[in-house]
Design a protein around this ligand. Structure first.
Ligand code: DGJ
Length: 742
């Protein structure tokens, strides 16, 4: 890994074995983008890659020169309002009303490792040699605002991490109206745009389209990153597949309002911008103040989408997620939500936990409804004290009883919310986000606490930490069940109201930071009505997240497949639930529900007492299987093999680091009569290792399994001999491949 600065040509070249990122200081002092892609050899001069030429109907920067227009130059940090008519990365409103700035090069520094971003989640290094960071300092002469552009290249992988620090070194306050984390100008638009979009219970569906002139964007203005669009984008070449071809993934490490967009101009060049949503953002930067943008990650590959995803998985698993649980196999849990909803007593919970223990579950999680006057979603949020009518021994007493059963105990919170029917709200009616003289809209009868105020975060911290100190709690599910409306904080002056969405998220991060620091062994799982805030920002604090409230196995195929584009299997909360399923009322076989959930953190969202004895035995086997293979399933190299968005069958697999064990998940939605012969060409195996297939008993070398394929055909429905159990709809299998002696 290197970062080279060629003095004569004023060219920066960041490179490792996989990628090159090349930029230059242009003659107007701005930074120009020359190349981002597969590694190319370093040399002194790449300046000719900066194409400037005369074009009609263009505005030029210099008198007597009709070549230098920012409109036609690929840039690193484009500004608003001076010869470039595309959307800019930064826009600063000054006291005189002008929004023009002119950031020119001042200095740069190359450091080992990677700096932390104050108050914000970000990727990190554990040893200085893991990465190099280039910080380029630019300044605007008029306002004296300084922009520091941070670029980190890691020793391995096609990754560049970027963010921007804006400091006001001038005498007057300015307003940031737009402060994007990343701009990448590419020389052509020959890409397919691929996003992860959906809505509640249908998150992270893969949607693709070709780029055309104009702007294509995804984003959120809800205060949370949202069910609707994940802060992630892929630009892939039209012929790129899972196995081969070029792609660039863009991921924003942020949990609030965001925007990621691509703008194709008249000459088919392409500008990608990613950062905080400019529409809902404004930040007053007083003298000597600094604003740090969230971090954005770019991953380049020329080896297909699986390879791009694996690069993200490794980075986010090892150098974004932190703490005690980062590398550990996750406990198999039983959550009571779909088993009881609000209708439970202490004894009923113990009954559920006892049977769970018998089946091999390791962690019992008490979901919503344990606190204050919470007997429905109309009351109680904000009062984080056990409801003694339901739980006479309190949380500490219940946790002790669960621990006595030999299980760990986990608890649900929704820290950012309050019901008006709560003591907390009655004491602090001005602690919710709401605009004076306007309606206070609710979502699920709840209101959003003003986490832009430290005293509000402090008060919730006091309540949560008191419980965590008092009771044996090993896990917290941190939920968030509505988006922000009427965003306004009574604690901040009028000219700071544009900051509230961002300050809110900083408050959420602050509470997470305090709790994870004080209780480092507690496993945090983030949740926002499922995947409403499943993003890299959350992963920094909570190494796993509940990716969807939809627990139907068939629906989950698409959700998990889409989520895997960016996020590792170890981060995906996945549970087996009852049939008929509570979201789509579908009946799927128990083994299929487990076969989907085992590519995730794995747990049960039901009362095992309500299953038959036979089903309980099956559950015991599932849990034993998961315990045996979870390290490979959750931390192995993950490959997508067949897409649920393209047909009736889905397949994916995980391969252990030593390539000696692989687990292949195969799923068929509808049964078919007298079906075709099918094979799966596997990936990631060692061609010379000899593998035994647990399903068929057949042994093959890895090369055969990858190039000839593994047979998945079966006797599909029709006229079957009486001794064969017929397959039905929603069939699935897990093939275990383990190395054996030839
Ligand atoms: C939404 C979550 O996604 C569910 O799993 C559950 O915790 C409910 N909230 C509880 O209100």
């Amino acid at each position: 890994m290197h970062i080279t600065f060629h003095e004569n040509t004023r060219i920066f070249h960041l490179y490792n074995d996989d990628i090159s990122y090349i930029m230059t200081i242009m003659r107007n002092g701005h930074l120009g983008q020359l190349y981002f892609g597969k590694h190319i050899k370093d040399k002194e001069d790449f300046s000719y890659l900066l194409e400037t030429c005369e074009r009609p109907m263009t505005s030029y920067l210099y008198e007597n020169d009709r070549t230098f227009s920012l409109e036609h130059i690929r840039q690193e940090y484009p500004v608003f309002g001076t010869t470039d008519y595309r959307q800019s990365a930064v826009e600063i409103r000054q006291e005189n009303g002008s929004r023009i700035s002119d950031f020119t090069y001042r200095s740069h520094i190359i450091t080992e490792g990677k700096p932390l971003l104050l108050g914000l989640p970000a990727t990190y290094t554990e040893a200085p040699k893991e990465a190099l960071t280039l910080t380029v300092t630019l300044e605007d002469d008029v306002t004296k605002v300084r922009a520091q552009l941070l670029y980190t290249i890691f020793a391995k992988g096609g990754i560049v991490a970027r963010s921007v620090r804006l400091s006001n070194e001038g005498p007057r306050p300015v307003r940031l109206c737009r402060a994007m984390s990343l701009c990448l100008d590419l020389p052509d638009r020959d890409y397919v745009w691929q996003q992860l979009s959906g809505c509640w219970a249908r998150e992270c569906h893969i949607r693709s389209r070709a780029l055309e002139p104009g702007i294509l964007s995804i984003g959120s203005m809800r205060g949370n990153s949202s069910h609707e669009h994940n802060p992630f984008l892929v630009l892939k070449r039209p012929d790129t597949t899972e196995r081969r071809g070029e792609a660039i993934g863009f991921s924003l490490i942020y949990s609030g309002n965001f925007r990621i967009q691509a703008e194709v101009d008249a000459h088919d060049t392409l500008r990608v911008l990613a950062g905080i949503d400019p529409e809902t953002f404004e930040w007053k930067l007083d003298r000597s103040e600094t604003f740090q943008t969230p971090e954005a990650i770019m991953v380049y590959t020329d080896s297909g989408l699986n390879h791009m995803s694996q690069t993200f998985h490794k980075l986010y698993q090892k150098r974004l997620a932190r703490g005690y649980w980062r590398d550990k196999a996750r406990p198999i849990l039983n959550n009571n939500w779909e088993a009881t909803y609000f209708d439970f007593t202490q004894d009923r919970l113990i009954e559920i936990a006892s049977r769970a223990k018998e089946c091999g579950v390791e962690l019992f999680v008490l979901d919503d409804g344990w606190f204050g006057a919470r007997s429905s979603d109309r009351a109680g949020l904000g009062d984080w004290k056990a409801n003694k009518t339901r739980l006479p021994d309190g949380i500490a007493g219940l946790a002790d009883r669960v621990e006595d059963l030999g299980l760990k105990f986990g608890l649900w919170f929704e820290p950012e919310m309050v019901n008006k029917d709560s003591d907390f709200y009655r004491q602090h009616p001005d602690w919710i986000l709401s605009t004076p003289d306007r309606n206070q809209s609710h979502g699920r009868y709840q209101h959003v606490l003003d986490f832009s105020r430290k005293e509000v975060v402090d008060a919730i911290y006091e309540q949560m930490s008191a419980i965590l100190r008092d009771a044996k709690i090993s896990y917290i599910k941190w939920d968030m069940n509505r988006s922000i409306t009427e965003c306004y904080s009574s604690a901040w002056p009028a000219d700071r109201q544009g900051e509230i969405y961002h300050r809110y998220i900083l408050g959420v991060y602050d509470l997470y930071e305090r709790l994870t620091r004080e209780f480092p062994k507690v496993l945090f799982e983030s949740c926002a009505s499922g995947g409403g805030r499943f993003d890299p920002g959350m992963l920094y604090y909570a190494p796993q997240g509940w990716i969807s409230d939809n627990s139907d196995a068939v629906e989950r195929l698409k959700i998990q497949y889409g989520t895997s584009m960016c996020y590792p299997v170890s981060s995906m909360g996945t549970h087996v639930s009852v049939t008929p399923n509570h979201q789509v009322f579908r009946n799927t076989p128990l083994h299929t529900r487990a076969n989907v959930a085992c590519f995730g953190t794995f747990g049960y969202e039901l009362d095992l007492n309500k299953l038959t004895q036979e089903e309980n035995e099956e559950v015991k086997e599932q849990i034993a299987f998961m315990k045996k293979y979870r390290k490979v399933l959750q931390f192995g190299t993950f490959y997508r093999l067949m897409s649920p968005f393209e047909g009736n069958e889905t397949a994916w697999m995980a391969v252990s680091e030593d390539q000696k064990t692989a687990l292949v998940g195969w799923y068929r939605v509808l049964n078919c009569v007298n079906g075709r012969y099918t094979r799966l060409r596997l990936e990631g195996l060692n061609p010379s290792y000899y593998y035994r297939n647990s399903q068929s008993g057949v042994c093959c070398f890895g090369d055969e399994l990858m190039y000839a394929g593994m047979i998945t055909s079966d006797e599909t429905a029709g006229q079957l001999p009486p001794d064969i159990t017929p397959y039905t709809d929603f069939e699935s299998r897990i093939y275990v491949l383990e190395v054996t002696e030839p």
